[in-house]
Design a protein around this ligand. Structure first.
Ligand SMILES: Cc1cc2nc3c(=O)[nH]c(=O)nc-3n(C[C@H](O)[C@H](O)[C@H](O)COP(=O)(O)O)c2cc1C
Ligand SMILES: Nc1ncnc2c1ncn2[C@@H]1O[C@H](COP(=O)(O)OP(=O)(O)O)[C@@H](O)[C@H]1O
Length: 313
């Protein structure tokens, strides 16, 4: 998959030479959850049928982050994760439109004329609630009007799971409240985060549980504080383990930013400075303050046993 960065106004270097038109899905697609997957799969299927290449247009950073509405909670899938997931789905080109103040003020008509028309689109596929242009003034009705005579417009209906619309905000809420099972169900896969291993306080190995401390690569949505059964991709292998997301109340009082620490089972290698992808498989319990280190150690032993059993089943 090729990634092409677009900034407004588009210049000719951003538009690759193409031999044919393309089928394009447009959306923020933060999370690439089952709802997004249905829109994107629709585009891929149409592209196959018409023997045309498929593409996705997305926006980065997230408009909510740029518009500073104060309720921005981080990404489910930062750009790198989106790229990986879309490449796996078989998308040919990812267009990343640089979202900034100037871009936010582009009218729906100008977005259509200056961004979509130059992309040489045969069919554009969007979700039923797609909004575009300044203040989100453009909707699917307007897209159909603008598109008529220029391109086909396909609108995917809401994707329901257990009778409810799958949405990025319901996934964020589930992750933040420790309901990992629901979040993973709505993603259609296990949630993953990525980070680099940094130095911790060197206490882990003294209590029998060395933990790789992660500095996350991007501003991910922070999952609920607590203990998770995980798998981490280390040295070209998926290794089972247990992760604590938290502030270690047994040792600290006033920490606000949580740390992400992974203890890998049956593993004894140095991973400082390496990038780890961690897949969150089960939420085990909330983080607690223990009256003694011994009690914390016993609880971690029980967590590790439970995680190992769950991951083997
Ligand atoms: C599975 C697991 C569960 C943990 N649960 C808690 C907890 O409930 N409360 C707590 O204060 N710390 C908890 N911790 C964090 C430990 O206190 C921490 O790993 C230890 O202090 C080592 O920190 P360091 O790597 O920075 O040296 C947990 C760690 C692991 C690996
Ligand atoms: N089973 C393991 N799980 C996680 N890290 C391990 C493991 N075995 C060795 N390590 C190494 O030990 C480091 C963690 O040791 P620890 O005493 O917790 O130090 P720190 O506080 O710096 O994280 C990891 O970053 C990694 O390089």
């Amino acid at each position: 998959m090729k990634t092409v960065f677009l900034s407004y106004p588009l210049s000719s270097e951003m538009l690759l030479e193409r031999e044919s038109k393309q089928v394009v899905a447009i959306g923020q697609f933060d999370g690439i959850h089952l709802g997004h997957i249905s829109v994107i799969s629709n585009a891929i299927a149409l592209a196959k049928e018409k023997e045309l290449p498929s593409a996705v247009v997305t926006f980065n950073p997230h408009p909510k982050e740029v518009m500073g509405k104060g309720n921005y909670e981080g990404y489910l899938t930062p750009l790198r994760d989106k790229q990986e997931l879309l490449a796996d789905m078989g998308i040919d080109t990812l267009y990343v439109a640089q979202f900034d103040e100037e871009f936010s003020r582009v009218s729906p008509q100008d977005f259509f004329t200056d961004v979509l028309l130059p992309l040489d689109i045969d069919t554009v596929v969007v979700g039923f609630d797609f909004r575009f242009g300044y203040l989100g003034a453009g909707d699917v009705v307007m897209l159909r009007e603008l598109g008529s005579g220029n391109m086909n417009v396909e609108v995917a209906p809401p994707y329901l799971l257990d009778g409810e619309k799958v949405s990025s905000s319901s996934i964020r809420r589930a992750l933040q409240s420790g309901d990992l099972q629901s979040a993973n169900h709505l993603f259609g896969r296990n949630y993953k985060i990525r980070g680099i291993v940094i130095d911790g306080e060197k206490r882990g190995r003294t209590i029998g549980f060395p933990t790789a401390n992660l500095k996350l690569d991007d501003r991910y949505v922070i999952p609920a504080k607590g203990v998770y059964a995980v798998r981490a991709y280390v040295h070209q292998k998926w290794i089972p383990g247990v992760m604590n997301v938290g502030v270690k109340p047994t040792f600290h009082d006033n920490v606000i930013a949580p740390s992400y620490e992974v203890h890998l089972f049956h593993f004894n290698e140095n991973v400082y400075g390496e990038h780890l992808t961690v897949e969150l498989v089960h939420f085990l319990r909330e983080e607690r303050r223990f009256p003694s280190i011994q009690e914390l150690i016993e609880q971690i032993q029980a967590d590790a046993k439970q995680a190992e059993e769950l991951l083997m089943s």
